[in-house]
Ligand binder design. Structure first.
Ligand code: NAD
Length: 451
């Protein structure tokens, strides 16, 4: 038996002991996780600095803080969500009652990416714990310091047969995927998502895929441009654009293009300073390979502002481009870096047609004061989730299920959806023995005569 097979066997045995099932156990585990995160907070923040040069503010607000908030929310609501739910029965089922019971899948495998390496490994884990599963977390190899702190924190807090972190790269991930687990939760790129789904198919394992894509941002002529520019600059350039729900490109109405670009430049300077490369708290690009890929995207448009970079520190200025070549990789690949092409339109149908002719994006953002236009865009474009008059913020509401559609993913999590994502919903009909209505039986008096 391989090491990974042995680990999964060990967790399966533990799961079958039913120890993880009581609500009190799950809540206690969530509290211990929160305590451990608080205890290791400065190590996590330091690791994020080493891996991505994240500032303390970004590390707390977009990694540690989000995770602690989700645990609090889960603890507040878990008892209610986990309760069996009564459902109605039709007239033909008179005397019986229906209910839904939530049960954990068993052993969950969570594979995480590098861009928010702490948050995206721990957020699904919270759902797995809340639902009563055992879990194996495989963090990204590209953020080794954060992965190590996570392994250490989890190792000190939980038994290996309950929750553990397995460190390693693609081979480790593939070796884990080759074994049978009971649930796979994967966050990462679309192409690898297909590899994961193929592996899941071999064992018919339920899978949640949190993938990426090119998320459009539409700025209509009636938008509050100053605010729109600030919210777009924030959502795009945080984490140096390495955010799955960052606006990938902007479509601005031709009439307000110049004003919008001016506002965008001012907003970017306000948020990231006049010289972001001189600011040692500005997040870097994850690796030289990713940096070089972003450099190759740059000639796909004409730089309006930004454009400078430093390969030694792997940092690139927030960069806005116009006149993008639609056939260039800049407009074909998910950018996933601090480059923002700005395109123009005169007719919203042109934008909708463009968006709908492409793989379904993870997010879509619309800035407009018109309720009619908002309704029209929301009804005519398909995307995972998004915002009207903001960017990225939908991600941070635990009341909104988060997930993609089509090539941006399947399934959703956060808040109650996380609990459901790691639970099987068992439908049960409880029949009365006090009466037995004959119509379902063939050949009885008042029974079914023909179908
Ligand atoms: P990635 O797909 O390269 O890697 C993610 C994880 O998969 C890592 O743990 C890696 O070790 C593993 N992996 C890589 N190749 C593999 C293979 N061939 N077989 C099995 N496992 C493999 O993704 P990434 O570069 O870390 O992340 C960037 C992508 O993730 C972007 O497309 C982004 O949009 C997407 N993303 C999505 C979300 C979301 O919530 N939907 C969040 C963050 C990132």
């Amino acid at each position: 038996m391989s090491t990974h097979a042995a680990l999964i066997h060990k967790q399966t045995t533990y799961f079958r002991s039913r120890e993880t099932l009581p609500l009190a156990f799950r809540k206690q585990a969530l509290k211990r996780l929160a305590d451990a995160i608080r205890a290791y907070e400065s190590d996590i923040i330091q690791a994020l600095k080493q891996d991505l040069n994240k500032s303390e503010f970004e590390a707390y607000s977009s990694e540690v803080g989000i995770v602690l908030k989700e645990i609090r929310f889960m603890l507040q609501h878990l008892s209610k969500w986990a309760r069996p739910r009564k459902v109605r029965t039709p007239m033909t089922h008179i005397g019986s009652s229906g209910k839904l019971l939530y049960e954990p899948y068993g052993v969950a495998l969570i594979i995480a990416p590098w861009n928010f390496p702490f948050q995206l490994a721990v957020l699904p884990l919270i759902g797995a714990i809340a639902a009563g599963n055992c879990a194996i977390v495989k963090p990204s190899e590209l953020t080794p310091n954060t992965a190590e702190v996570l392994a250490w924190l989890i190792g000190e807090t939980f038994l290996e047969e309950y929750i553990t972190v397995v460190l390693g790269g693609v081979e480790t991930s593939q070796s884990l995927l080759a074994e049978k687990v009971d649930k796979i939760f994967y966050t990462g790129g679309t192409e690898v998502g297909k590899v994961v789904m193929k592996a899941a198919a071999m064992h018919l394992t339920p899978v949640t895929l949190e993938l990426g894509g090119k998320s459009p941002c539409i700025v209509h002529k009636d938008a509050r441009l100053k605010l729109a520019a600030k919210r777009i600059a924030w959502g795009k350039f945080m984490n140096a654009g390495q955010t799955c729900v960052a606006p990938d490109y902007v479509y601005v109405h031709e009439d307000v293009k110049e004003e919008f670009l001016t506002e965008l430049m001012q907003a970017t300077a306000l948020l990231y300073g006049a010289d972001p490369l001189a600011d040692d708290t500005y997040t870097r690009v994850i690796s030289a390979k990713h940096f070089d890929r972003l450099q190759r995207l740059m000639p796909g448009g004409e730089v309006v502002f930004g454009g400078k970079s430093d390969r030694d520190s792997l940092r690139m200025e927030p960069t806005v481009l116009v006149h993008a070549d639609m056939g260039h990789s800049l407009m074909q690949e998910e950018i996933f870096g601090p480059l923002l092409p700005v395109l123009t339109y005169t007719d919203i149908e042109q934008v909708l047609q463009f968006v709908n002719s492409r793989p379904k994006p993870l997010a879509l953002y619309l800035f407009s004061e018109s309720e009619r236009l908002q309704r029209h865009v929301l009804e005519h474009a398909s995307f995972g989730g998004g915002c009207v008059n903001d960017t990225v913020y939908h991600y941070t509401s635990p009341y909104l299920p988060f997930g993609g559609v089509g090539s941006s993913g399947m399934g959703a999590y956060h808040g109650e959806s996380s609990f459901q994502c790691f639970s099987h919903r068992k439908s049960v009909l409880k029949q009365t023995t006090l009466l037995d209505i004959p119509f379902r039986y063939p050949h009885l008096k008042n029974g079914l005569k023909r179908i």
